[in-house]
Design a protein around this ligand. Structure first.
Ligand code: SAM
Length: 468
C-alpha cells in the first residue's frame, strides 16, 4: 500500500534568492524526486509549503541544496498564534505519536524570523505547547526529536509588525548545505585570484549543472579554479583551461591586500588538497579557448564556467593583426604568441558550439553572461539548436549592469551543420561607450551589429551545407 504524501516546510536562506527555484528544480530532476506545492510560493518569502512522498526524499534533497536552511515535517500552520495552536491540536495523534514516545528524548526550538525575543519570552512560547502528549525526556544537546516552532514577521527586520504573519510548528528533518559555504569560503582558501567565484555561487552553479559522483566536469576559463572546487565537492572529476599562464601557475599579483607575495605552493591543486578533494582533480592547462585542441570524441557531463567580461580581466585570444606573422625558427622555443581581442559574441558562440559538441546528451552548460540591463532582451541570449535554455537568473552587478546565470541542457546529438545563434551585443564595448552615446545612436549601432551577426551566421551555415 502506498504511504500518503506528507506536508513539509522548506525554509530558505534570504541570500541569492533569485537562484532558489532554478537550484531546486535542477536538484529535483537530478535526484529524481517528486515535489508538489501546497501553496504557491512567493519570491520574497523564505519558505515553501510542499508535499513529498517520503521523508527520505526530503533528506536527499536537503543533502544537496545550498539555498535551503532547513526542512520540517509540518504539523500545523496558522495565520496567528491562536490559529496555530488550534490546528496543532487537530493534527492526527497517530502521526505525531511515534516521535513522542517515552524512549525518545526531545527539545522544542523557537525561531522568530525578523523579530528578536528574550530568552524568557522564548521559554514562555515553548511552555504554550504543554498540551502536546510528549512522554520522553528533554535533551537540549542531542535530542532524538527536535520540534520547531517558527513565528514569521516578514522580511523587513527594522520594522516588524506586532503580530506574526505566519506561524509554523513541525518536526525538524534536516538542514541544507549552508555549512559548506563556510567551509569553502574564499577567505580561508589557499589560492584565490581577483575574479575567484565565491563559494555559494560556485556551489549553486554545480547544482545547476546537476553534478554527481563520478562526472567529468570542465571549466574552460578556469582562473583560480573556484568552480572546480564546487564540482569536485559533489563528486566530479574536474579539469580546466585558461589562457593566462601566470594565473594558472599562481604567479599573478596576490589578491589579498594583506599578502605581499604569493606563497610558493599556491595552486588550484593546493586548493583541492586543502579540501581533501585531491583525488577528484585531473589537471589544468594553458589554452586559448578559441583554438580547440580537443579530441573530437571527448565527452563531458558538465561545463561550468565564468568567461571573461573584459572589465576586470581582458577578453583575449591568440592572434595578431599583422599580415606576416611567421615566427623564425630560432625564436620558436621562447616565443610568446601575440593576443588580440576575443569579442564576447565570438566567445559565447564558441562556448555554445563547444558544449553542443562535447557534452553528453542530457549534460549541462552553466555559465554567466554579462548584460547591460537597458539592452537586455531574452531573445538575444546565446543559443544553439542542440541546447535548451533551462534556467536564466539575473544577478545585479552595478547600477546599469547585471550578469545572468544561464543553464543549458543538451537535448540532442550534435549535428555539425548546426551553429550557435548569436546576435548578442558586445558587453565590453557597450560598457565603455555607454556614457558617450545617445540612445538613438546606440540603437542604430546595435541593429547594425545584429544584422552583421545574422549575415555571418547565414554565411557559415551556407558554407557548411555546401561542404557537406
Ligand atoms: C572571470 S575569470 C574566471 C574566474 C574563475 N571562475 C575563478 O574562480 O577564478 C575568466 C578567466 O578567463 C580567462 N580567459 C580569458 N580569455 C581566455 C581565452 N581566450 N581562453 C581561455 N581562457 C581565457 C582569464 O584569464 C580568466 O582567468
Amino acid at each position: 500500500m502506498n504511504t500518503p504524501w506528507r506536508t513539509y516546510l522548506l525554509w530558505f536562506a534570504q541570500e541569492n534568492v533569485q537562484f532558489r527555484f532554478a537550484e531546486m528544480n535542477s536538484l529535483l530532476s537530478l535526484l529524481n524526486i517528486q515535489m508538489k506545492f501546497i501553496q504557491k510560493p512567493k519570491d520574497i518569502e523564505p519558505y515553501w509549503i510542499v508535499e513529498f512522498a517520503s521523508e527520505k526524499d526530503v533528506r536527499l534533497l536537503a543533502s544537496r541544496a545550498v539555498s535551503l536552511r532547513s526542512c520540517l515535517e509540518l504539523w500545523a500552520h496558522g495565520k496567528s498564534i491562536p490559529d496555530l495552536h488550534e490546528k496543532l491540536k487537530l493534527y492526527p495523534h497517530h502521526l505525531m505519536a511515534p516521535y513522542l514516545q517515552p524512549d525518545k528524548s526531545f527539545k522544542i526550538e523557537v525561531e522568530t524570523f525578523c523579530k528578536h525575543f528574550t530568552q524568557k519570552e522564548k521559554v514562555d512560547k515553548i511552555e504554550s505547547f504543554n498540551y502536546l502528549p510528549v512522554m520522553g525526556p528533554v535533551d537540549l544537546r542531542k535530542p532524538d526529536v527536535t520540534l520547531q516552532y517558527i513565528e514569521y514577521y516578514g522580511i523587513i527586520s527594522n520594522d516588524p509588525p506586532d503580530l506574526p504573519y505566519d506561524v509554523f510548528f513541525g518536526r525538524w528533518i534536516a538542514n541544507g548545505l549552508r555549512q559548506l559555504i563556510q567551509k569553502l569560503s574564499l577567505k580561508t582558501r589557499k589560492f584565490i585570484g581577483n575574479t575567484s567565484m565565491d563559494a555559494q555561487l560556485s556551489l549553486l552553479m554545480a547544482n545547476q549543472a546537476g553534478v554527481k559522483e563520478g562526472d567529468i566536469v570542465l571549466d574552460p576559463f578556469v582562473g583560480s579554479g573556484s568552480l572546480l572546487v564546487a564540482a569536485a565537492q559533489f563528486g566530479a572529476y574536474v579539469f580546466g583551461t585558461d589562457i593566462d599562464y601566470l594565473m594558472l601557475h599562481a604567479r599573478t599579483r596576490p589578491s589579498r591586500i594583506t599578502q605581499k607575495e604569493r606563497e610558493k605552493d599556491e595552486s588550484i591543486k593546493a586548493n583541492m588538497k586543502q579540501y581533501n578533494l585531491e583525488n577528484r582533480y585531473l589537471d589544468v592547462l594553458v589554452n586559448d579557448f578559441s583554438v580547440s585542441f580537443w579530441r573530437s570524441n571527448i565527452e563531458l557531463d558538465a561545463i561550468i564556467t565564468d568567461p571573461p567580461y573584459g572589465i576586470r580581466e581582458s577578453t583575449e585570444r591568440v592572434g595578431t593583426a599583422k599580415e606576416c606573422n611567421a615566427v623564425k625558427e630560432e625564436h620558436l622555443s621562447t616565443h610568446i604568441p601575440a593576443k588580440t581581442e576575443y569579442g564576447i559574441s565570438s566567445l559565447y558562440s564558441d562556448l555554445l558550439s563547444f558544449s553542443a559538441k562535447h557534452l553528453r546528451v542530457g549534460g549541462r552548460l552553466v555559465c554567466w553572461f554579462p548584460v547591460f540591463r537597458e539592452d537586455y532582451d531574452e531573445n538575444y541570449l546565446p543559443s544553439h539548436p542542440c541546447l535548451e535554455l533551462v534556467a536564466n537568473n539575473e544577478q545585479t552587478l552595478t547600477k546599469v549592469t547585471s550578469r545572468h546565470l544561464l543553464t543549458y541542457k543538451k537535448t540532442e546529438t550534435f549535428n555539425p551543420l548546426h551553429t550557435a545563434q548569436n546576435e548578442i551585443m558586445d558587453f565590453r564595448e557597450r560598457y565603455y561607450t555607454a556614457r558617450e552615446e545617445t540612445r538613438k545612436e546606440r540603437r542604430t549601432r546595435e541593429t547594425k551589429i545584429r544584422q552583421e551577426n545574422r549575415l555571418r551566421h547565414e554565411k557559415e551555415t551556407h558554407d557548411k551545407t555546401n561542404i557537406s
